[in-house]
Design a protein around this ligand. Structure first.
Ligand code: NG6
Ligand code: CA
Length: 508
């Protein structure tokens, strides 16, 4: 009798245990289906392939980026869509090739928004999946729909294309207006000192970079000779808004704080943060803590500063217990430039540093250094560390994140490569069209084909070869990463094949 009771009890226990187990399985399947890791894109500005330790730099130290890259997937064949800022940012957020949008060119601070408010974007897609979405940092995709009144609510902007929260600079550090804008409103604006902006003519009685060299703490080399803000001559004229003007040396700390606060405020819901850092774009103005940190002058110093910011940002994720539930995607909007319009010793103090690594060209260029940029993904506990030579592009972020969160959005030219980004597959893109100042070239596997373009082979002001030639250019990057050996004449078949595929994508 006792044995029978014991047996029944045992059976009951087993059945309860089994039920618990199956409940666990169901729950984990449900969790899997609704997996919503936080997603952070850390985007640098003009950081070159060879500017970072994880791609071989030895003269500049980037320990925080290196740690993440070396413990995530480091892409050796990761691309921006363009060799300049606006087009790359357009493609990153919309998944559409920038050369399809005629306004996706380096924009002045007064340009209207170039993303349609009805267009699909990364934040919009994620918002529909329950994410809170935010941007902190550089925008440079235009604001408003014509003439912007900076003294009233500025719209449409990031908040109208998918971001719940925005804290931005409108264009670049070297362009007016030199103010921060939070959710469409200029931060710290005194209504009695309204902002006026004009990209053509100066306001009466206002100093400028040409006539007032005595007011400059940084000298201009080319361009950058309009209004003077904080002793730095800029592109475009600005009057008023004194109290709202940013302090250049504080910008890195300022955006970092914004990114950290965003994380702290939204840690209890799935969030997407686009942390668009301003370094090492000109004018390079490291905080005094970082002056001299690299020995390479301000350009090196702001890269060290950016690395520190990333370390601090990661610490916040750690402190909030979010690191294991956050996917980080790191890249740069275009390749490197030394002299981009100011005398700041970037050339003079370069020493043995190679911002583009062994790649030819730089910012503005159709050669590799223009668009092949630092690129990694990191997700503690989920992504295994590795190096991937799969061809991936920032264009693919939209469709890949859609796959990750179970959205059926598949936008434009964006390929769903989530397994590649998570390091589970090496099957990247077959091919890619890259863009540089409205010109395009075609990459396929190890090959790149650059069609003939008129214009100078080199921009002398910035000292960068931009890829123009009267001849077709064809390079095999596997054997010739430095693009020294043009095979267009010796391999006509490959050239014709690539040209046909290129034209088919371009629709020419
Ligand atoms: C160029 C600027 C350069 C930089 C660039 C935009 C001149 C002479 N040069 O026109 O300094 O601002 O635009 O850079 O004005 S980007 O990274 O935002 O594309
Ligand atoms: Ca840039």
């Amino acid at each position: 009798k006792l044995n029978q009771i014991m047996l029944l009890l045992l059976l009951a226990l087993i059945s309860v245990h089994c039920k618990e187990k199956s409940k666990e399985v169901v729950e984990s399947v449900e969790q899997e289906q609704t997996a919503k890791p936080n997603i952070v894109i850390i985007y640098t500005d003009d950081l070159g392939y060879g500017d970072v330790g994880f791609n071989g730099a030895t003269e500049i130290k980037t320990p925080n980026m290196d740690y993440l890259a070396n413990n995530g997937v480091r892409f050796t064949n990761g691309f921006a869509s363009s060799a300049t800022c606006t087009p790359s940012r357009y493609a990153l957020l919309t998944g559409v090739y920038p050369w399809r949008e005629k306004n996706a060119k380096i924009l002045p601070g007064t340009a209207p928004l170039i993303i349609g408010t009805d267009q699909m974007t990364v934040p919009k897609m994620l918002k529909a999946k329950g994410y809170h979405t935010g941007i902190v940092g550089k925008w440079h995709l235009g604001l408003g729909s014509g003439h912007v009144n900076w003294n009233a609510h500025v719209s449409p902007g990031p908040n109208e294309v998918g971001f719940d929260y925005s804290y931005i600079m409108a264009a670049t550090q070297d362009r007016v207006p030199t103010v921060y804008i939070e959710n469409g409103d200029v931060v710290g604006l005194d209504p009695n000192d309204p902002i006026e902006i004009n990209y053509k003519t100066n306001f009466e009685g206002q100093p400028n970079g040409i006539d007032n060299p005595e007011l400059l703490k940084m000298k201009w080399h080319h361009g950058h000779n309009s209004s003077i803000v904080n002793g730095i001559p800029r592109i475009g004229y600005m009057k008023g808004g004194e109290a709202a003007k940013w302090k250049d040396e504080d910008m890195a700390d300022h955006f970092l704080k914004g990114a950290q606060n965003y994380v702290k405020q939204h840690k209890n819901e799935p969030f997407f943060l686009y942390y668009a850092m301003q370094q090492p774009h000109v004018p390079r103005t490291p905080h005094p803590r970082f002056v001299g940190a690299s020995g390479l002058g301000p350009r090196g110093d702001v890269i060290v500063e950016a690395d520190w910011c990333i370390g601090e940002f990661i610490n916040t994720l750690k402190e909030e217990g979010l690191l294991e539930n956050t996917l980080i995607i790191f890249s740069s909007d275009n390749g490197p430039v030394l002299n981009d319009g100011y005398y700041d010793e970037a050339v003079e103090k370069l020493g043995d540093h190679t911002p583009g690594g062994s790649l030819r060209g730089g910012k503005y260029s159709l050669f590799e250094a223009g668009t092949r940029v630092p690129f990694f993904t990191y997700w503690k506990g989920t992504i295994n560390s590795g190096v991937s030579d799969a061809l991936v592009c920032q264009l693919d972020v939209l469709s890949s994140l859609a796959q990750l969160v179970g959205s059926d959005v598949k936008a434009g030219d964006s390929q769903g490569l989530v397994d590649v980004f998570l390091g589970k597959s090496n099957a990247g893109r077959d091919d890619l069209v890259i863009e540089a100042t409205s010109r395009t070239a075609y990459k396929e596997g190890d090959w790149v084909m650059i069609p003939p373009y008129k214009g100078p082979a080199k921009i002398d002001d910035v000292n960068i070869e931009i890829g123009n030639s009267k001849e077709f250019q064809l390079y095999n990057l596997k054997e010739d990463i430095g693009q020294q050996n043009n095979l267009a004449k010796s391999n006509k078949e490959k050239l014709q094949d690539m040209l046909a595929k290129f034209e088919a994508i371009r629709g020419d």
